[in-house]
Design a protein around this ligand. Structure first.
Ligand code: NDP
Length: 245
């Protein structure tokens, strides 16, 4: 069965670990050319080598999504290497849980810069290319935290509500040939939990993540959205552990 993934050029931010890494490996195994961005270039290079050894197509570029020019360079790299861009997955993210009263202002700013502005920069880089091609697909990674707020999660949830709002606005503005999918993962076993520095919250997060499921659950959702016929736009997919509230 054709998955509609083969031959597509897919840019993924935050591809050095977790959901981005898993999606990169899977999509490459299905015949997509993947272009990977994150700050830890040595990790990206190792993933690219492995994909190529398995006969896949991959490129990497050190990318900090808080810098609009670096995100533009990542998307440009896809065009230079493969001639077009079919999918931009705005996945890079940071979760730092703490009560607002802890006043972790630096961490609020980091989350806003990475989780909101990073997504906007991916849109800024991809949209003109999609418009000139007459086709393209944004996949933005929100969270179950974009549906409800739990203790200590005000700012993280705020950023993930924002991702949904931006995605929905984008869809209504540029729908038609350009598709927009928002994925809302629940607890997934990745390095994300390490972003929490506040001691008591960190313990709560560790406890919550005991119910986490594998990143493949999200990769499957991403692959499903990409696999649809060009006139089918999967708008939102929520995937969480069965035991998560
Ligand atoms: P990881 O921590 O494993 O991955 C986060 C990725 O983001 C890494 O590749 C990291 O790479 C990258 N990243 C962080 N900051 C930047 C930056 N400034 N510029 C570029 N890349 C950056 O966590 P996940 O895989 O779980 O997270 C992926 C997405 O999924 C995030 O948006 C997260 O909010 C979301 N999500 C995750 C859930 C979970 O339970 N795991 C649940 C709901 C949503 P590097 O450090 O090399 O730059």
């Amino acid at each position: 069965m054709s998955t509609n993934i083969e031959g597509k050029v897919v840019v993924i931010t935050g591809a050095s670990s977790g959901l981005g890494e898993d999606a990169a490996r899977h999509l490459a195994s299905q015949g997509a050319a993947v272009v990977l961005g994150a700050r830890r270039i040595e990790r990206l290079d190792a993933i690219v080598s492995e994909i190529r050894q398995n006969g896949g197509k991959a490129e990497a570029l050190a990318t900090d999504v808080t810098d609009v020019e670096q995100v533009q360079a990542l998307v440009n790299k896809a065009v230079d290497a493969f001639g077009r861009v079919d999918v931009v997955i705005n996945n890079a993210g940071l979760m730092s849980i703490a009560p607002l009263s802890e006043l972790k202002v630096d961490e609020w700013e980091r989350m806003i810069d990475i989780n909101i502005k990073g997504v906007l920069y991916g849109i800024a880089a991809g949209l003109p290319i999609f418009q000139s091609q007459g086709t393209g697909h944004f996949i933005n990674i929100s969270s179950v935290a974009g549906l409800k707020v739990v203790g200590g999660g005000a700012v993280y949830s705020g950023t993930k509500f924002a991702v949904r709002a931006i995605s929905e606005g984008l869809r209504t503005e540029v729908g038609g040939a350009i598709r927009t999918t928002t994925i809302l993962p629940g607890l997934i076993d990745t390095e994300l939990k390490q972003g929490t520095s506040h001691g008591a919250s960190s313990q709560t997060v560790d406890e919550m993540y005991k119910m986490a499921i594998s990143p493949t659950a999200i990769t499957d959702a991403i692959a499903y959205a990409i696999s649809q016929p060009a006139d089918v736009d999967v708008n939102e997919i929520v995937v969480r552990p069965t035991v998560q509230e």
